[in-house]
Design a protein around this ligand. Structure first.
Ligand SMILES: [Zn+2]
Length: 46
């Protein structure tokens, strides 16, 4: 692994269902920076 593993564990991956944009964040993004959609993110389980 790499040295950011500990930090990554606290992060979740969210994917915009409107455009497919993926973003790592601790909480669900309110707005997609790619397509501008609001509340389109769904948490991705690894
Ligand atoms: Zn989007």
């Amino acid at each position: 692994m790499f040295f950011l593993e500990r930090e990554v564990k606290e992060m979740a991956v969210f994917k915009c269902e409107a455009c497919g944009y993926e973003k790592e964040a601790r909480c669900k993004p309110q707005k997609c920076p790619n397509c501008g959609g609001k509340k389109t993110f769904q948490k991705q389980e690894k």
